[in-house]
Design a protein around this ligand. Structure first.
Ligand code: AMP
Ligand code: MG
Length: 421
């Protein structure tokens, strides 16, 4: 019979996962694929931007010296729409019709808005004096050649895409999305939506839940169906997964039962065990190993354990691979109104709801904490970390919690800005 070698503490397990996790290599991707990813290099301005002095308005480019007083009449000698510079320069008493973005013609140093003239025509009368530089957008006033315009690690969002595009970048170097392959084990599992259950069967929920969790972080996830406790089926599935994946995540079959073949299969396939068994609830049998740079997580089969272990161990790894450490879940200090017992002798990640009160964040257990109670997860705003060794916590005592539903937390912070958006 196989037994856990030695259970390790939760922080030690997280440390070991992170120690074995590195940023994925950079990849150049088109803008459409870059959003939400982190830049893998500093981006520099290739030239001054805007690249030329241009007009901020529709009107006439003039010499400001000629336009220092209202009342003067100007002759219009050419035009400079955006994209087509004028062929002439501006001499004394002359003007060139210009539109927003048009190149300021030689000789001119100001633009008068058409609203401040007698209007469009071959001649116009100036209605309002102009000063040097008026309505001229200077070259380089946005960014200067050689400036670092975006730093490594920056999340690519719409403004970053805009700025990179102004500099002619067509693709961006980013830390690519991790490829995650998810597979469920268990002969009892049936594909949801496929058919009715026979006695003893249940639907596979873990692989879908875990894929969704991986995709939520920004990874690309796919499933391999291996819903069996047959060693050969399992071996083939894990082998296939290891061919392409940065991260393989299995669920079920990783404890000490006779049908628990995941760990043995992993070792057979050359996965080096980093740990197996964590002093943690829910999810004691968690397995973690590495093969050729790929991480392998064997999550327990109980749905709550699988999802909570993903949160605490797999998610931080994916975030690190993507260079997105700042995207880790927020942690807050919470308190309970009553004493809370922890009879498990290991850290309990308790599913709680959160409420903001004058005293801080009030946590309440969502109810029974069984590892099979999938509905309890839909009610949880956070995981309160009770332990590791403690017998529990006293009413009012501070406890650290990992916020799962950031909207609950951020609604307290940004209620005003949201109202105005
Ligand atoms: P195991 O870790 O394989 O011993 O499974 C523990 C419990 O989780 C059992 O009740 C399984 O039926 C259940 N379980 C395992 N895999 C899944 C899954 N993919 N979806 C839903 N429940 C599962
Ligand atoms: Mg099983």
């Amino acid at each position: 019979m196989q037994l856990f070698d030695k259970l390790i503490e939760h922080p030690e397990a997280v440390r070991l996962v992170l120690e074995n996790t590195h940023r994925l290599p950079a990849k150049d991707v088109p803008f459409a694929e870059a959003r939400g990813l982190a830049l893998a290099e500093d981006l520099k301005a290739r030239f001054d931007s805007p690249p030329f002095d241009n007009s901020a308005v529709d009107g006439y480019a003039v010499r400001s010296i000629d336009a220092s007083e209202a009342g003067r009449t100007f002759r219009v000698v050419d035009e400079a729409p955006a994209g087509r510079p004028a062929r002439r320069s501006v001499g004394e008493g002359e003007a060139i019709k210009i539109f927003t973005g048009g190149v300021i013609p030689e000789g001119a140093d100001a633009v008068v808005m058409v609203e401040n003239t007698s209007g469009w025509g071959e001649e116009f009368e100036l209605k309002k004096a102009a000063s040097p530089g008026q309505n001229v957008r200077g070259s380089g006033e946005d960014v200067r050649e050689g400036d670092v315009i975006l730093k490594e690690g920056t999340e690519v969002g719409p403004p970053e895409i805009a700025l990179a595009a102004t500099q002619g970048y067509g693709r961006l170097p980013v830390y690519r999305r991790p490829e995650v392959v998810v597979l469920s084990t268990g002969t009892e599992l049936v594909e949801p939506g496929e058919r009715e259950l026979e006695p003893g069967e249940i639907y596979d929920s873990n692989s879908f839940a875990v894929m969704a969790q991986a995709e939520e972080v920004g990874a690309r996830a796919r499933r391999i169906t291996a819903a069996s406790d047959d060693a050969e089926v399992l071996r083939n599935a894990v082998k296939e997964a290891l061919e392409t994946a940065d991260v393989v995540v299995t669920s079920g079959g990783v404890s000490v039962g006779e049908k628990d073949l995941v760990k043995g299969t992993m070792l057979e396939l050359g996965v080096e065990q980093v740990f197996w068994g964590v002093k943690f609830k829910p999810g004691k049998p968690l397995f973690f190993g590495m093969r050729d740079g790929a991480s392998v997580f064997g999550l327990p089969g109980n749905p709550v354990s699988a999802m909570v272990c993903f949160e605490l161990f797999v998610r931080p790894a994916l975030v690190r691979m993507m260079g997105r450490e700042e995207k880790g879940r927020p942690r807050v200090q919470v308190y309970f109104e009553e004493d809370v017992r922890n009879a498990f002798g290991r850290m309990h990640a308790m599913r709680v709801s959160l409420e903001k009160t004058e005293k801080g964040w009030l946590a309440r257990s969502v109810g029974a904490q069984g590892s099979g109670l999938v509905s309890s997860l839909t009610k949880a705003d956070a995981l309160a970390l009770i332990g590791p060794e403690s017998e529990g916590v006293k009413a009012g005592e501070p406890v650290e919690a990992i916020v799962l539903r950031e909207e609950v937390y951020s609604s307290q912070l940004s209620a005003i800005s949201r109202q105005h958006s």
